[in-house]
Design a protein around this ligand. Structure first.
Ligand code: NAP
Length: 474
């Protein structure tokens, strides 16, 4: 957003970041094997291509280095307050008064949130875990002081994180155990290294980067973008690829234990290869007997077996329904966002909040996050915010927020479309909210772009600016 503001000629902004480094998920997650399963050429800003990606799916540290480079290239570091957590933002006299945990206050005309979705770690209550004598930590809080080579490692959880850790650690551990509660479907997409000549060409011919972005965007949107939200060829294609991949497991008993009882993609799809075959190694075991408790020496499963371990990793995911928490937004008349949401975050078209003037939410509630590029999705939302800010700069509006009626109408339409999605086909996942429904964008990514192509100002409550009620979009 900072780069986009800069490109729009706006320099009067500040970015608050509670961590000591930029990068969000890419600074918090540092686990071995970390990478992104969206192709790097597409998992980038459209306005800042990176010809130097080393892999089709580049490793996490490289993605962090890319974000750092973008922040430097757009001179953003001067505008970022690192290690500064925002407690509260309150609408006072037509501006947002932002208060940080260390007591600083500053006023802004607009407030844009980019606080992420997978932030609050989910640490299940496993009886006795605190009595474990070895090292134990969540995947997003990796303790790099703990040696791993040759040791006995147990990883709990078989999501994208559990799979990536397994691929990195199973070959180096003395003994490696993956604790599976529910099997997952895996789409077999292989990674490959970009050669030096390929990188040289991408540096020399910038159009190649744009082409790569488009090619991957088209593929992902045509296949996964459709497969997840409607029945048809794309869904069949992905499902059969997952089934064929599973059927390659030679041992019928192991195949049975890895076979999910729900449809492919119901839980967020795992992507990658070279996973199942790890369980043919003598030092690697799939444990699906269920965890009973933990004691000083290791994990005791429900069949009474004690698994002696040196390290226990919780790859148990995140609570994805804690948007913006613990920050509080207090709008006009004292309306609090936590009360408006009451544990069920919702937004207007993923990007704005009814009753909260001049607020925009990046990757807000129901954004199309699935297996899409969050760079692209958030850019769509940034452009939407910038169109509104342009109206304000022209003096056409002083403040605006989506009406409650328009927000309710959009959310009703959204809820009506959710049963068509694969996420509602009968499984437990982090998409599911308190109401038992998946909280995700139930249409294609293309529809998200269409929905946010222009601010539909007839759905907004507007305070006219000094130039009068000129409400045509730029
Ligand atoms: P996740 O998909 O939510 O998986 C959590 C795992 O922990 C599940 O297997 C879950 O089992 C298990 N679990 C939770 N509580 C448990 C308990 N009490 N006992 C035993 N097992 C338990 O979390 P994640 O793998 O961290 O991934 C979260 C999301 O992060 C992904 O879906 C993806 O969006 C993102 N991510 C992306 C990438 C990428 O490459 N793009 C990589 C990593 C993560 P159940 O299935 O039975 O609940």
């Amino acid at each position: 957003m900072g780069a986009k503001l800069h490109l729009a000629g706006i320099e009067s902004f500040r970015i608050y970041e509670k961590a000591e480094r930029i990068g969000g998920t890419w600074q918090a997650n540092t686990y071995p094997g970390l990478s992104c399963d969206v192709p790097s050429r597409y998992y980038s800003y459209s306005f800042a291509p990176n010809p130097d990606w080393t892999h089709l799916y580049s490793p996490g540290p490289e993605i962090w280095a890319y974000l750092d480079r973008v922040a430097r290239d757009f001179q953003l570091y001067d505008r970022i307050s690192l290690g500064t957590e925002v407690d509260e933002a309150r609408w006072v006299d037509g501006q947002w008064n932002v208060r940080t945990q260390d007591g600083q206050e500053a006023a802004y005309d607009f407030l844009i949130t980019g606080a992420g979705g997978l932030v609050h770690t989910h640490k299940p209550h496993i009886p006795g875990l605190e009595s474990f004598a070895g090292a134990s930590f969540h995947s997003a809080e990796w303790d790099h002081s703990v040696p791993l080579a040759g040791r006995r490692i147990g990883v709990i959880g078989t999501g994208s994180t559990g799979m990536q850790i397994t691929r990195a650690l199973a070959p180096v551990a003395g003994r490696y155990e993956l604790y599976q509660r529910t099997p997952q479907w895996i789409l077999p997409v292989g990674n490959r290294r970009y050669s030096r000549p390929t990188r040289w060409l991408h540096r020399r011919i910038p159009a190649l980067n744009r082409l790569g972005y488009k090619v991957w965007q088209t593929q992902i949107e045509w296949v996964l973008g459709r497969a997840t939200v409607r029945d048809g060829f794309a869904r069949w294609l992905v499902s059969s690829a997952c089934r064929r991949h599973l059927n390659k497991i030679k041992d019928p008993e192991l195949r049975r234990r890895f076979t999910p009882e729900y449809k492919p993609m119901c839980k967020r799809l795992l992507m990658g290869t070279k996973f199942y075959e790890l369980f043919e190694r003598p030092n690697v075991e799939l444990i699906d007997a269920g965890i009973d408790h933990v004691q000083a020496r290791g994990i005791v499963t429900r069949d009474g077996r004690l698994h002696e371990l040196d390290v226990i990793v919780l790859a148990t995911g995140f609570d994805a329904h804690q948007f913006l928490k613990p920050m509080e937004l207090i709008g006009p008349d004292g309306i609090r966002l936590s009360e408006l949401w009451d544990g069920e975050p919702f937004a207007y078209r993923t990007v704005a909040l009814p009753g909260f003037p001049n607020v925009f939410t990046l990757i807000g509630p129901h954004s199309p996050f699935g297996n899409q590029s969050l760079f692209m999705i958030s850019e769509t939302q940034m452009d939407y915010a910038l169109r509104f800010i342009a109206l304000w700069r022209r003096g056409a509006v002083d403040a605006g927020w989506p009406s409650r009626e328009a927000t309710d109408r959009y959310n009703e339409e959204l809820r009506a479309a959710i049963p068509n999605t694969i996420w509602a086909s009968g499984c437990q996942s982090w998409y599911i909210g308190k109401d038992g429904l998946p909280h995700a964008w139930p249409w294609t990514p293309a529809r998200h772009r269409e929905t946010l192509a222009e601010p539909q100002l007839e759905e907004w409550e507007l305070v006219p600016g000094s130039a009068g009620a000129v409400v045509t979009t730029p």
